[in-house]
Structures are given as structure tokens and as C-alpha cells.
Design a protein around this ligand. Sequence first.
Ligand code: ACO
Length: 432
Amino acid sequence: MTEKQFELIDRATERKSELPVRTGTIGPAVVDISSINKDLGLFTYDPGFGLTAATESRITYIDGDAGVLLYRGYPVEQLAEKSSFMEVAYLLLLGELPSRKQLEGFSGSIRYHTMINETLLRFFNGFHHNAHPMAMVSAVVASMSAFYHDTMDIHNPRQREIFAHRIIAKIPTIAAAAHKHSLGQPFIYPRNDLGYCSNALHMLFAVPCEPYQVDSVAAEALDLLFILHADHEQNASTSTVRLAGSTGANPYAAISAGVSALWGPAHGGANEAVLSMLEQIGSVDNIAKYLAMAKDKSSHFRLMGFGHRVSTNFDPRAKIIREMCHKVLVRLGRPDNPLLELALRLEEIALKDEYFISRKLYPNVDFYSGIIYSAIGIPRSMFTVMFAIARTVGWVAHWQEMISDPAMRIGRPRQLYTGPTRRDYIDITKRV
Ligand code: ACO
């Protein structure tokens, strides 16, 4: 919807540009600056895209100050309490909660696609055993574009749907294969009689020489973590998927770009970094020292799992995960977890500290998730991979939304050039 207008005036030339304001269904309105280059010969400058809405979207809404996160309008707290990851995946992809029949059809299709081409499995042998699983997952997901290239017409809705089901179904299989490769254990094939998370745990932990019983507590915990990680509107990895996909690139390649972007410690890699940090801090007695380091800009140390570009109040996902930590540890029979105790104390002290208060730095989704992943036996190097499994749903939903939009354009940011002005080439014999 377009409403009132702002006017931008170049005082030197008296040239003007009328800037319409566009309003969404909720949240702040945006100023549409698309005419200012034509009217005034200007571009805008917004490093880190802190203020720029790059797209319209109907998928996820965040009010960071109020601690609100809605998937297709539904509060994440309600989905975490009442829904399942498969249902949330359907909701994010298709916009509405499914009927029982629709959910069965959707889950059935996801189960049908869990196996990966045997040749793709051999790719893992090209990696050293200590390769980071995120590197393997990113490479193997990108390689899927080689298997589904000629058959993939991004303008065909049915082919897009098959792509969506394939990648959501296969990403746990690829993730588990990366884990098994790191351990030097044989790859475990998916079991299509199991639910999404139970199957993921089966592929991660089963071995061919003995029976494996999926722990229902672990499967439930994983399902809840996956719901909370499924989408977070235009975050760095989702924007990466959109940008790569906007070129018309094969969508598996675009998802692989998202996996790579997620890996960084400022984004999804923070869950791994949080656990390393807690171990580094070691004891409550050292918290003051590390908080001082986090406040000292010259130390390059940040409190991992704290702060968020958009969530500038308590992230509802962090609240749920924190509450869930105790329950899961008790149900798994491991109620005393020194790292959880340390994390709780660190949070308490940081939230009373003027530095964190004034900058609105709260625990984010990654602060507690690693403690749960650890408790269910997932090694630290796999934390971000688990995040990637869940976020694949969000990436696919955004890619679908973008590709099916007739107004889609290639993503192409501008720049403020500050390099040398035009100069003539100097022959190498004349350079000093
Ligand atoms: N520890 C200490 N200081 C911090 C932290 C932190 N974790 N986060 C931000 N700050 C400080 C900055 O130094 C800056 O201080 P200043 O105003 O004195 O210069 C101020 O808070 C604002 O920080 P920015 O870096 O400008 O905030 P930005 O929105 O660009 O960054 C980010 C957000 C990357 C998440 C940042 O808070 C951070 O690095 N956090 C730690 C890593 C992390 O947990 N990432 C996961 C995010 S959740 C996710 O992506 C799934």
C-alpha cells in the first residue's frame, strides 16, 4: 500500500524527488526511494543494510523491540508449544496451516525424497576426516545442482515444489553423512518409517553393527529447536540465498550459498562459538574478566550468543530454548550441567551491566541451543549444520517467494566509490 509522501530536495539545484511511503500489514512503513536516482542522480548509503528493506515479504515478521516473532502471522511461542517442524515447514512454504490430510501428503513427500544419489555419497571421500562439516554440507548441497540441473526449470511451479521437497528431505541425509565421514563410520541410510527428526537422529547415531533406538526426548527437543530456527526473515543467509537465486542460479547452488553465509560466527556459527566461549570462561569467577574483554573494543572478543541486529529485546526463541534446557537435561537424566549453570550466571550478570543494557544486547537464539545439542549427543562442529537443516525451510520459502514474484529483479547493490580517480597505465619499466 502506498500512502503519504516525503519530498527530498537538493538545495543546490532545487531539484526534488517525491518519495512515497509504503506500509505493510504491521511494522514500520518504508520510504520508497526508487525515484531518487532518476530525479536527483543519487543513490542511498546503508552499509550492512541496517535500514534497507530489499523486498516485500509475507513470510516472517519480527518486532525486535517487543520480542515478537511471527511465522505467517502465528507467534513462534504458540508454534513451539503446539506445532511440529513438518507443520511449520508447510506453513512457511505455503502460507497456511495444513489440514491433517495436507500434512500427511506433505510429510509423505518429504519422506519419499530422503535418499541421496549414491554417487553424491562418494563426494565425501574427497574430504579429509577433519574437514569442518559445514564445508562438506555446503559443497555437497552445491553439487546437487549437478544432479538436478537440466531437469530444473525455476519458472515451473511443480518443479519448484519438487526442489523444495527434495532439499528439505535430503539436507538431514547430507548432514548426517558429513558427521559419519568425520567419525570414519559407515554412512547410515534414511529410514522412511521415522519422523523427520527421529530419522535425522537415526542417521547421525546408528551404526550397522547394533540396533539403535531413537530417544523420543531427543527427537522432541530437536523438533522444537528446528521450529525455532526455521526462519528469521531477511537475515544474512536468507538474503544470500535471495541474492544468489535472483540471478536465476540453480536453487541448490543458492541454498549452498546460504549454508556458507550461515557458517560465520556472527550468524549461525555463533552456536558453536558460544560453547567454546563458555569452556574458555570455565568458571563463574572468570565472568568479570571476560565481560571486561567483551567491552574492550581492542580485544576483538565478543560475548558470543549475545546481541542481534533486529532482536533488540529478549529474543522469544532464546527464552523458549533457555526454559527447554532444564527440561531436556532432566528428561535425559543429566540435570546438572556446569555449562548451563555458567551460561545462566553469565546472562544474569551481563543483563545488569550498563554496557549491555545501553546497547540492548540480549541473549540470542544461539546462546543456549548448543547446550541442548550437546546433551543429545551432537558434537560441537555439527551445531551450525543442525541450524542449517532447520533454516533450509526458511531459505526455500524465501527463494520460492522471490522466484514466483513477477516483479523479481536481480539483486545488485550500489556503492560509494572511494578509490583512485581515472589515471593512465604506467609501463612496468617506469614504475618506482
Ligand atoms: N559482545 C560485546 N559487544 C557487542 C556484542 C557482543 N556480542 N554485540 C554487539 N556489541 C556492541 C558493539 O561492539 C557495538 O558497540 P559500540 O556501539 O560501542 O560500537 C554495539 O554493540 C552494536 O553492535 P554492532 O556490531 O554494530 O551490531 P550489529 O547489529 O552489526 O551486529 C551481531 C549484530 C553480529 C549479532 C553482534 O551482536 C554480534 O557479533 N554478536 C555475537 C555473535 C552472535 O551471537 N551472533 C549470532 C546472532 S543470531 C543469528 O544470526 C542466528
